[in-house]
Design a binder for this molecule. Sequence first.
Ligand code: AMP
Length: 187
Amino acid sequence: MMNIVIFGAPGAGKGTQSDFIVERFGLTHISTGDLLRKEIADHTALGQRIKSIMDAGHLVSDDIVVEMIDKAIAADTKGILFDGFPRNVAQAETLDKLLAKHGRSITCMVQLEVPREELVRRILERAKISGRTDDNEQTVKGRLEEYDNKTKPVADYYAKQGKRLVINGLGDIKEIASNIISQIEKL
Ligand code: AMP
């Protein structure tokens, strides 16, 4: 059973490429960002607690997302594509432990590389249609700072385990997808 992490800065195309990967390998797509946005849309107590944190572009606390991931792993039988998780090294370590409880492990991490100016351009373009309150110029700065300070080291975590696949995230969406898929198939 495959368990894959899709990794990259905000705007790198993780959501877009996730659709191709889950379709090809029959995985369950778990996006912590989507799960958190659903809590806000449903006006749950948790949603009310996290809205201002997400609107500021900051990461929510590890406990919240770890609990979501724990439940998702327990419920899954197909293999999971993790999108937006892990966002820091502590989350990456926890993910390994949670998977190990079920005799599972990460197969590989797909890192989408996109230059900074292009990330900002894409997010501001997406803002026109996404309806996401964190897709704006002010919040983008905060999200990219969180990425640089906390999330980037996750790439080394998987590189040290020999599980990192680096993919050029610039260019035609379908070409990027077929590049990712052929790299995974080679494993
Ligand atoms: P995303 O949809 O992945 O861009 O996530 C949107 C927002 O949700 C982020 O800016 C964070 O506030 C929050 N978030 C998503 N995933 C995580 C995570 N693994 N850890 C902490 N916060 C997260």
